[in-house]
Design a protein around this ligand. Structure first.
Ligand SMILES: [Ca+2]
Ligand SMILES: [Ca+2]
Length: 215
Protein backbone atom coordinates (compact mmCIF):
# COMPACT_ATOMS: atom_id res chain seq x y z
CA UNK A 1 0.00 0.00 0.00
CA UNK A 2 1.42 3.36 -1.02
CA UNK A 3 1.71 6.56 0.98
CA UNK A 4 -1.49 7.92 -0.59
CA UNK A 5 -3.36 4.78 0.53
CA UNK A 6 -2.08 5.13 4.08
CA UNK A 7 -3.08 8.80 4.18
CA UNK A 8 -6.60 7.91 3.01
CA UNK A 9 -6.93 5.66 6.09
CA UNK A 10 -6.12 8.48 8.54
CA UNK A 11 -9.65 10.05 8.61
CA UNK A 12 -11.17 6.60 9.07
CA UNK A 13 -8.82 5.86 11.98
CA UNK A 14 -9.72 9.21 13.57
CA UNK A 15 -13.42 8.40 13.18
CA UNK A 16 -12.96 5.01 14.86
CA UNK A 17 -10.90 6.57 17.65
CA UNK A 18 -13.54 9.24 18.24
CA UNK A 19 -16.34 6.67 18.37
CA UNK A 20 -14.38 4.56 20.86
CA UNK A 21 -13.83 7.60 23.07
CA UNK A 22 -17.52 8.54 22.85
CA UNK A 23 -18.53 5.10 24.09
CA UNK A 24 -15.93 5.12 26.87
CA UNK A 25 -16.96 5.77 30.50
CA UNK A 26 -14.05 8.21 30.57
CA UNK A 27 -15.76 10.46 28.03
CA UNK A 28 -14.71 14.09 28.54
CA UNK A 29 -11.84 13.04 30.82
CA UNK A 30 -8.40 14.51 30.09
CA UNK A 31 -5.38 12.16 29.92
CA UNK A 32 -4.14 13.55 33.25
CA UNK A 33 -7.45 12.72 34.94
CA UNK A 34 -7.52 9.24 33.42
CA UNK A 35 -4.75 8.35 35.86
CA UNK A 36 -6.90 9.70 38.71
CA UNK A 37 -9.85 7.46 37.81
CA UNK A 38 -7.58 4.51 36.96
CA UNK A 39 -5.96 4.36 40.40
CA UNK A 40 -9.26 4.84 42.20
CA UNK A 41 -11.08 1.72 43.32
CA UNK A 42 -14.79 1.02 43.27
CA UNK A 43 -15.33 4.18 45.29
CA UNK A 44 -13.98 7.40 43.88
CA UNK A 45 -13.44 10.60 45.85
CA UNK A 46 -14.62 13.95 44.57
CA UNK A 47 -11.56 16.12 43.93
CA UNK A 48 -12.77 18.75 46.37
CA UNK A 49 -12.92 16.07 49.05
CA UNK A 50 -16.56 16.81 49.82
CA UNK A 51 -17.77 13.24 49.30
CA UNK A 52 -17.28 10.00 47.33
CA UNK A 53 -19.21 8.21 44.60
CA UNK A 54 -19.25 4.71 43.18
CA UNK A 55 -17.72 4.04 39.77
CA UNK A 56 -21.12 3.37 38.21
CA UNK A 57 -22.04 6.99 38.97
CA UNK A 58 -19.25 8.25 36.71
CA UNK A 59 -20.94 10.06 33.81
CA UNK A 60 -24.38 8.76 34.77
CA UNK A 61 -26.02 12.16 34.15
CA UNK A 62 -26.53 12.91 37.82
CA UNK A 63 -24.28 15.38 39.61
CA UNK A 64 -22.81 13.72 42.70
CA UNK A 65 -19.83 16.04 43.27
CA UNK A 66 -20.24 19.80 43.58
CA UNK A 67 -17.00 20.28 41.65
CA UNK A 68 -18.22 18.03 38.81
CA UNK A 69 -15.59 15.31 39.29
CA UNK A 70 -18.09 12.56 38.53
CA UNK A 71 -19.60 14.18 35.40
CA UNK A 72 -16.75 15.21 33.06
CA UNK A 73 -18.63 13.91 30.03
CA UNK A 74 -22.14 15.28 30.65
CA UNK A 75 -23.79 18.61 31.32
CA UNK A 76 -25.14 17.46 34.71
CA UNK A 77 -22.64 19.46 36.80
CA UNK A 78 -22.23 23.21 36.08
CA UNK A 79 -18.64 23.12 37.39
CA UNK A 80 -17.38 20.22 35.27
CA UNK A 81 -15.26 20.62 32.15
CA UNK A 82 -15.45 18.47 29.04
CA UNK A 83 -12.16 17.52 27.42
CA UNK A 84 -12.11 17.57 23.61
CA UNK A 85 -9.40 15.17 22.47
CA UNK A 86 -9.43 16.54 18.93
CA UNK A 87 -6.99 13.92 17.66
CA UNK A 88 -5.04 15.50 14.80
CA UNK A 89 -5.63 19.03 16.12
CA UNK A 90 -5.35 20.94 19.41
CA UNK A 91 -7.24 19.44 22.40
CA UNK A 92 -9.14 21.81 24.70
CA UNK A 93 -11.77 21.97 27.46
CA UNK A 94 -15.42 22.98 27.10
CA UNK A 95 -17.87 24.22 29.71
CA UNK A 96 -20.34 21.49 30.64
CA UNK A 97 -23.13 23.65 29.20
CA UNK A 98 -21.59 23.09 25.75
CA UNK A 99 -22.03 19.33 25.95
CA UNK A 100 -24.98 18.07 23.91
CA UNK A 101 -26.20 21.60 23.25
CA UNK A 102 -26.73 20.91 19.52
CA UNK A 103 -23.64 22.93 18.61
CA UNK A 104 -20.51 21.21 17.33
CA UNK A 105 -17.77 22.65 19.56
CA UNK A 106 -15.08 19.97 19.34
CA UNK A 107 -13.54 19.48 15.90
CA UNK A 108 -13.89 15.72 16.45
CA UNK A 109 -17.61 16.15 17.26
CA UNK A 110 -17.29 14.28 20.55
CA UNK A 111 -19.29 16.88 22.54
CA UNK A 112 -22.51 16.08 20.61
CA UNK A 113 -22.68 12.32 21.20
CA UNK A 114 -26.26 12.23 22.48
CA UNK A 115 -28.17 14.67 20.30
CA UNK A 116 -28.11 12.96 16.92
CA UNK A 117 -26.13 15.87 15.54
CA UNK A 118 -23.94 15.10 12.54
CA UNK A 119 -20.69 16.73 13.57
CA UNK A 120 -18.06 15.84 10.95
CA UNK A 121 -14.51 15.41 12.15
CA UNK A 122 -12.74 18.54 10.90
CA UNK A 123 -9.61 18.25 13.04
CA UNK A 124 -7.30 17.41 10.15
CA UNK A 125 -8.91 20.07 7.96
CA UNK A 126 -8.50 22.71 10.67
CA UNK A 127 -4.89 21.63 11.14
CA UNK A 128 -4.21 22.00 7.41
CA UNK A 129 -5.81 25.46 7.41
CA UNK A 130 -3.67 26.42 10.39
CA UNK A 131 -0.54 25.14 8.65
CA UNK A 132 -1.46 26.99 5.47
CA UNK A 133 -1.96 30.19 7.46
CA UNK A 134 1.41 29.60 9.08
CA UNK A 135 2.94 29.07 5.63
CA UNK A 136 1.34 32.28 4.35
CA UNK A 137 2.65 34.11 7.40
CA UNK A 138 6.16 32.77 6.77
CA UNK A 139 5.95 33.76 3.11
CA UNK A 140 4.80 37.25 4.09
CA UNK A 141 7.63 37.53 6.62
CA UNK A 142 10.15 36.41 3.98
CA UNK A 143 8.73 38.95 1.53
CA UNK A 144 9.03 41.71 4.14
CA UNK A 145 12.62 40.67 4.92
CA UNK A 146 13.53 40.79 1.23
CA UNK A 147 11.93 44.22 0.98
CA UNK A 148 13.91 45.41 4.02
CA UNK A 149 17.15 44.03 2.56
CA UNK A 150 16.49 45.79 -0.77
CA UNK A 151 15.67 49.05 1.02
CA UNK A 152 18.86 48.83 3.10
CA UNK A 153 20.89 48.11 -0.03
CA UNK A 154 19.38 51.13 -1.82
CA UNK A 155 20.13 53.30 1.20
CA UNK A 156 23.77 52.12 1.27
CA UNK A 157 24.10 52.76 -2.48
CA UNK A 158 22.66 56.27 -2.02
CA UNK A 159 25.07 57.01 0.85
CA UNK A 160 27.95 55.74 -1.27
CA UNK A 161 26.88 58.00 -4.15
CA UNK A 162 26.69 61.02 -1.82
CA UNK A 163 30.21 60.31 -0.51
CA UNK A 164 31.54 60.02 -4.06
CA UNK A 165 29.91 63.33 -5.04
CA UNK A 166 31.45 65.00 -1.99
CA UNK A 167 34.89 63.65 -2.99
CA UNK A 168 34.37 64.84 -6.57
CA UNK A 169 33.35 68.30 -5.36
CA UNK A 170 36.48 68.55 -3.19
CA UNK A 171 38.67 67.46 -6.12
CA UNK A 172 37.09 70.11 -8.39
CA UNK A 173 37.63 72.80 -5.74
CA UNK A 174 41.31 71.81 -5.39
CA UNK A 175 41.82 71.89 -9.16
CA UNK A 176 40.10 75.29 -9.51
CA UNK A 177 42.15 76.65 -6.60
CA UNK A 178 45.37 75.34 -8.20
CA UNK A 179 44.45 76.89 -11.57
CA UNK A 180 43.73 80.23 -9.91
CA UNK A 181 47.10 80.14 -8.07
CA UNK A 182 48.94 79.37 -11.34
CA UNK A 183 47.10 82.20 -13.14
CA UNK A 184 47.88 84.61 -10.29
CA UNK A 185 51.53 83.59 -10.35
CA UNK A 186 51.73 84.06 -14.14
CA UNK A 187 50.06 87.47 -13.89
CA UNK A 188 52.42 88.52 -11.11
CA UNK A 189 55.41 87.30 -13.14
CA UNK A 190 54.29 89.26 -16.21
CA UNK A 191 53.72 92.41 -14.20
CA UNK A 192 57.15 92.11 -12.58
CA UNK A 193 58.83 91.51 -15.92
CA UNK A 194 57.03 94.46 -17.49
CA UNK A 195 58.05 96.77 -14.68
CA UNK A 196 61.65 95.60 -15.03
CA UNK A 197 61.66 96.36 -18.74
CA UNK A 198 60.24 99.80 -18.11
CA UNK A 199 62.89 100.36 -15.47
CA UNK A 200 65.73 99.30 -17.78
CA UNK A 201 64.41 101.51 -20.59
CA UNK A 202 64.28 104.41 -18.17
CA UNK A 203 68.01 103.92 -17.33
CA UNK A 204 69.23 103.58 -20.93
CA UNK A 205 67.31 106.60 -22.34
CA UNK A 206 69.38 109.51 -20.70
CA UNK A 207 72.69 107.91 -21.69
CA UNK A 208 71.74 107.82 -25.39
CA UNK A 209 70.60 111.45 -25.25
CA UNK A 210 74.02 112.50 -23.90
CA UNK A 211 75.84 110.63 -26.68
CA UNK A 212 73.70 112.34 -29.33
CA UNK A 213 74.30 115.72 -27.72
CA UNK A 214 78.12 115.26 -27.76
CA UNK A 215 78.07 114.34 -31.42
CA1 LIG B 1 -22.76 11.15 38.56
CA1 LIG C 1 -21.65 21.40 21.90
Amino acid sequence: MGTRGLLSLVPACLLVASSLVASSPLLGVSPQDEKYFAVAGAVIACKDGSRTFSRDRLNDGYCDCLDGTDEPGTSACPQSKFYCRNIGDTPHFLFSSQVNDHICDCCDGSDEYDTGMNCPNTCLKDQNVSENRSGDHDAEATKMNNSDIQETKNRVDLDDLVQKLKGLKLLIMIQVGSAMCIMAFCLFYRCTRSRRRHYLRGINKPANSVVFAVL
